[in-house]
Design a protein around this ligand. Sequence first.
Ligand SMILES: [Zn+2]
Length: 290
Amino acid sequence: MIHDMSIKTTKLLLALFIFLLGSISPAAAQETKIKWFGHAAFSITTPNGKVLLIDPWLNNPSNPEAKDGKDPLSAIAKADYILLTHGHRDHVGDAVAIARKTGAALICNPELAGNLVKLADFPTKQAETDAIMGIGGEILIADGEVTIAMTPAVHSSSVFNPKAGPNEPERAYGGNPAGFVIIIKNGPTIYHSGDTAYFKDMETIGENYSIDVALLNIGGHFGMEPKMAARAAQAVRARLAIPHHFATFPGILQNAEGFAAELKKMKIDFYEMRPGETITYRGKQQIKGK
Ligand SMILES: [Zn+2]
């Protein structure tokens, strides 16, 4: 009986300790972290510690965590959601391996989700949740901490089919390409453009959402050239513009200088992240990495 009581007391103390641990450092608890892995791959860690990965091609040549034979997935201890803007290989990247490792739920259009399950062995249960969505829609995830809006993108979308026979197309349908607006409670609102061309209706995104930081593809050739990427920053009314989708491989732009110069003319804040770098927001205020 006494023994039983002491176990109960220990459990109670442990519960109290865990509770106190969770309630200390309220400032840190309000922080949102945005990490760039190179190319279009970002992670977002919310104030409540939920981890979102966007277009997670972690094995891209720019990622310092993928160099010298290192496995970039070893740095991914946790992921709750994987967001895919479209099906191209440089965006789907390591999504399947990450999903298997972490149990993360997929957020993308239904055709891409279906074909990733069928052709790339993406875990079925993680691709068939109510986080599968369409352009124009908004979903609430992470116990209500994050709202995801799927926005249009002018591009294409197909999924590589490793199972294709000699007379079958090796690119299967990937639904419509998209961008995302990610609204974080007690944190910034982030726009990820995917791989889009500039389109004038980006202004609607700027009218509907208050974009604190826009992650914009600037590499040209397959998507926006820097001048139009700057116009995109202006259209979505970004408080801060961060470039991505450049300097990863030959054929796309190798630096962000032109983009920075255009933004300067428009008086829009610019920050160039280094691959592997993390920037931190406290509430809507950027506190580190600038
Ligand atoms: Zn693409």
